[in-house]
Design a protein around this ligand. Structure first.
Ligand SMILES: [Fe+2]
Length: 225
């Protein structure tokens, strides 16, 4: 894979990262074990891929307990109630996200987005990869910090492997725009209010200390298939 085939400008750093051989090692697939006690529901919240305490001091156990255990869980609960007895109950969560609108979309997308987001972080990850990482980090951070209201800062790829930083509001996701998510930062205030109160910029800065580049590399490789 040649870097210049798919990247330009500030995204070159991200591309360098994602094409780096040392990041090519296979990561385990997304965990999909159902949450105990919820087995009858069509959509199951996957377990966190790390312990609630594992991202401290970046994110405290209390912050993750609220974010994963209250906010993320509520989207699954709401979605399951909305699709009960409807065709969507037999579709994959991703297919529901792509095809739905209104409340079903809002809850399905937030369920999917968060499951993806947890995998974008890993205890002991982050670091300063080779290449022009600094300009990519600045651009992605700026997109996250400046996004008005609630939403997500995404790094996404098209089927040709062209990367793009996409700040999207509310539940919106690159899946709705024909792009494959590669990395995301949740900038809903519920993602950081316990640890950072109103200081989104500090929360975004800390993300780079736990960014899961092997996962991003795996998503990027899948996007081009
Ligand atoms: Fe969130």
């Amino acid at each position: 894979m040649r870097r210049r085939e798919f990247l330009a400008g500030s995204l070159a750093a991200g591309a360098g990262l994602l094409s780096a051989g040392r990041l090519a090692a296979a990561e385990p697939p997304l965990a999909n074990a159902p949450v105990p006690g919820d087995a009858k529901m069509p959509f199951q919240q996957p377990p966190l891929p790390f312990a609630m305490t594992a991202l401290a001091p970046y994110l405290s156990e209390e912050q993750l307990t609220y974010h994963y255990g209250k906010h993320h869980a509520a989207y699954f609960k709401n979605l399951n109630a909305l699709v009960e007895g409807k065709p969507e109950a037999n579709q994959s969560l991703r297919d529901v996200v792509v095809a739905s609108s209104g409340p079903v979309f809002n809850n399905a997308a937030q369920a999917w987005n968060h499951s993806f987001y947890w995998d974008c972080m890993k205890p002991g990850a982050g670091g300063e990869p080779a290449g022009d990482f600094e300009s990519f980090r600045k651009a992605m951070s700026e997109a996250a910090v400046k996004l008005f209201g609630s939403g997500w800062a995404w790094l996404a790829a098209d089927s040709q492997g062209k990367l793009e930083i996409m700040p999207l509001s509310n539940a919106d996701t690159p899946l709705k725009h024909g792009r494959e998510p590669v990395l995301t930062i949740d900038v809903w205030e519920h993602a950081y209010y316990v640890d950072y109160r109103n200081e989104r910029a500090k929360f975004v800065e800390g993300f780079w200390g736990v960014a899961n580049w092997p996962f991003a590399a795996k998503c990027y490789a899948a996007a081009k298939r």
